[in-house]
Design a protein around this ligand. Structure first.
Ligand SMILES: [Zn+2]
Length: 204
């Protein structure tokens, strides 16, 4: 992935997805780039032109840059419990799209998500409760499973996926800027799932 504006400008959102897939392949194959820090610090100290913005869960097993074999200046990274969206995150994405020219926006859920499990169980915990409330629409939307409990991994994974779709829908609904840019084909907003056992990211 390049740090240069000229490259960012000519890449389509679809090409950015391909770059992320290749980076993830290197991560999965334990064949990551050997990136030195100093020249990157030098190259990015004045400006940044990241190609993608990733919204992921705060989970320690989802190290966003590593998962895509990316480094300084290459990705915007937004994180929250259960990759739920709030106004600060959407504002940051609008900055990424309008000011720095970022083309691709990914909401990435992951298997074994503790936040989604806690939301299914109806956990209440301080300020976390309002974050978990944002996962409820995905729980309500997930049907056709028996039992609907955290013991049913297929059910939990379906809720995790629906929650990721819900994050995308929320971004589109609450950001006129991003919605219009997507309608014009200038950016793409997509869902992805990260498997914490294999390291593999699947784009949807
Ligand atoms: Zn999680």
């Amino acid at each position: 992935m390049s740090l240069h504006k000229s490259i960012q400008e000519i890449m389509t959102p679809e090409q950015v997805i391909e770059l992320l897939k290749k980076g993830n392949e290197r991560f999965v194959n334990d064949d990551m780039r050997n990136v030195k820090t100093h020249h990157l610090l030098e190259a990015t100290k004045e400006e940044q032109y990241p190609l993608a913005a990733i919204l992921a869960c705060m989970d320690s097993r989802v190290p966003v840059e590593r998962v895509f074999d990316k480094t300084i200046g290459e990705l915007f990274s937004f994180r929250s419990p259960g990759n739920v969206v709030n106004k600060d995150i959407i504002g940051g994405m609008e900055y990424a799209a309008k000011v720095t020219g970022t083309k691709l926006f990914v909401a990435m859920g992951h298997t074994g998500c503790g936040a989604v499990n806690a939301a299914i169980k109806g956990t209440k915990l301080g300020n976390l409760t309002q974050s978990l409330d944002k996962i409820k629409p995905a729980i309500e939307k997930t049907s056709g499973f028996d039992p609907k409990s955290v013991k049913n991994i297929k059910y939990v994974n379906a809720v995790i996926y629906n929650n990721t779709l819900h994050s995308i829908e929320t971004i589109r609904k609450e950001s006129a800027i991003l919605r219009e840019m997507e309608e014009k084909g200038e950016i793409k907003i997509v869902a992805a799932m990260y498997d914490i056992a294999t390291g593999k990211v699947t784009f949807h």
